[in-house]
Design a protein around this ligand. Structure first.
Ligand code: FNR
Length: 193
């Protein structure tokens, strides 16, 4: 069976982030469901040390940028789990993507090109992050990622799926997350060069 690597990028840096918890749940699903088309290593990208983008410090790239680029290069697929901030994606995520969008050098292209991408988002509000997701699709399509548009996962009313300690239970959404995980593995296989 093929072994793929999926790197999760979480658009929220806060420790108890629902989107980070959703990413963790996806990782567990990928590790446990036996009848998927392939198995996957799963890693949540840490990037809170990536500085604000500034062309004055672009070359040579800061160590944190070199580190995240290497991790993305090693990925067969990138799965975004991100909140909606003011109907768009958070600035920390845009900052990371701006760094990743730049060529490594004159001879090495940017690392997102051609990578399969999946998108999920959860919010305590009603919108389910759908408007943010459309903005994110526009951005990562411009960067030539291969976007899996169906299924995307939007989860509204997060508080209906959390326990008293703020931990996500995903009582309703787990089957949808499983479906998306399976679809993404199939999408990665189909889009292999
Ligand atoms: C929000 N939130 C929010 N929610 C939403 O559904 N649509 C929105 O447009 C916004 N806008 C927004 C802007 C800013 C600046 C903040 C801080 C928050 C609420 C947001 O969904 C909520 O804080 C989530 O819990 C954030 O995701 P994590 O950190 O739990 O993953």
């Amino acid at each position: 069976m093929e072994k793929n690597k999926i790197v999760a990028i979480v658009g929220s840096l806060r420790q108890a982030s629902y989107n980070r918890q959703l990413a963790t749940a996806a990782g567990k699903i990928l590790a446990s469901v036996a009848d998927f088309v392939s198995v996957a290593d799963f890693e949540i990208l840490d990037y809170d040390d990536v500085p604000l983008f500034n062309q004055d410090i672009e070359y040579p790239a800061p160590d944190a940028v070199k580190r995240v680029r290497k991790i993305i290069q090693s990925a067969d697929g990138v799965w975004f789990f991100t909140p909606e901030y003011n109907h768009s994606f958070p600035g920390v995520l845009k900052n990371l993507i701006d760094w990743l969008s730049r060529p490594i050098s004159d001879t090495e292209p940017q690392v997102l090109k051609g990578k399969p991408a999946a998108i999920s988002g959860i919010t305590p509000g009603m919108s389910g992050t759908g408007i943010m997701q459309d903005h994110l699709v526009t951005l990562i399509s411009f960067l030539d990622m291969k976007v899996m548009n169906q299924p995307r996962l939007t989860i509204p009313n997060a508080l209906q799926q959390t326990d008293n300690n703020g931990q996500l239970t995903l009582t309703v959404s787990t089957p949808f997350l499983e479906k998306q995980a399976q679809a993404f593995l199939e999408f990665i296989e189909k889009n292999k060069k």
